[in-house]
Design a protein around this ligand. Structure first.
Ligand SMILES: [Fe+2]
Length: 312
């Protein structure tokens, strides 16, 4: 597969939505931990890492998942990807500029690929003084202290899409973006093995990347499932959990710890029902980790946490 790739991505960059109330969504995002601004009818939110935006929304009477954006490895790679699909290279008019190609995946999802995006200055991330767990004590002779962050969110970590033609869709993304399968979920259906989905990660060689950047779920209907944003640590995740609870937002699932990817998770729904996740402490893998097959019980199971699954 790798030899036939058209391109490689470095990471996922952003998700873009249409929402029914821009001000209400801005408040949700701020409560969720983003730094979010509305300019000329565009809601743009960022975390503390260098990407100038990781969430974008416009107002519309019809709420919709509009697109997902990925960072091409280089401008040359972006040009290869665009040429492969016969689409033009456009100038990106959002903060950070650079170049963009707009693709359409086999499910009709709009997929934007960006190169030469200028970094924004890092903001102050949530942090705390040393942790004293039962085995190792890292804070001696001092009270716990927490740094006041500019934003609780660090970055966008992964996007999960439900797709109707799983094999065609997986091949489409792998060919253009060089994605590696981390875990493929196999289940037995009437004596036949069927793939329920695949967690895919970026290929940056020896460099460690998230267990998954894109998770494709084999489904009857195509749709957005969720986007997951990394927070610094357990304290940030839990402090945000209670802030969102107190603000009356719709909690979906958590807090718990996934088996596949190991993320400590907490799932929420915004006012239009789109699911956004906080996560921390996920697995980091490189190319040599390879690809693995796992069962449904590993997908749905947790190291600890509630029964059920995200989406309620
Ligand atoms: Fe997730």
């Amino acid at each position: 597969m790798l030899g036939e790739n058209v391109g490689t991505i470095k990471d996922v960059l952003y998700v873009r939505f249409s929402v029914t109330d821009l001000q209400m969504q801005q408040q949700f995002l701020v409560d969720f931990g983003f730094k979010a601004e509305i300019n000329d009818g565009l809601l743009i939110a960022r975390g503390t890492d260098a990407n100038p935006y990781i969430y974008i929304a416009e107002q519309s009477s019809e709420p919709a998942f509009v697109s997902v954006g990925f960072a091409a490895k280089s401008e040359a790679v972006l040009r290869n990807i665009a040429a492969n699909d016969g689409v033009p290279i456009e100038t990106n008019d959002l903060p950070g500029g650079g170049l963009m190609a707009r693709l359409t995946d086999p499910n009709g999802f709009s997929v934007e690929v960006v190169a030469n995006l200028a970094d924004s200055p890092f903001l102050t991330a949530a942090s705390r003084s040393g942790l004293n767990d039962g085995l190792e004590k890292h804070r001696l002779g001092e009270r716990v202290t927490f740094a006041e962050p500019d934003s609780l969110i660090k970055r966008l970590g992964h996007v999960v899409l439900m797709v109707t033609d799983f094999n065609e869709t997986l091949e489409w993304y792998q060919k253009r973006f060089g994605l590696l399968i981390s875990d493929e979920i196999i289940m037995d259906k009437g004596g036949k093995q069927e793939t329920l989905g695949a967690f895919t990660r970026c290929n940056r060689g020896e460099e460690y990347v998230d267990h998954h950047t894109l998770f494709l779920i084999n489904a009857d209907r195509a749709g957005f499932n969720h986007a997951a944003f990394e927070v610094t640590n357990w304290d940030a995740l839990m402090s945000s959990h209670y802030k969102l609870m107190k603000a009356g937002h719709h909690h979906s699932f958590g807090v718990g710890k996934h088996i596949l990817g190991s993320q400590t998770f907490d799932y929420w729904k915004d006012s239009d029902g789109f699911m956004l996740e906080h996560f921390t402490d996920g697995d980091l893998l490189n190319e040599s980790f390879g690809s693995h097959k796992r069962g449904l019980e590993d997908l749905l199971g947790t190291h600890w946490g509630p029964d059920g699954m995200p989406g309620q």
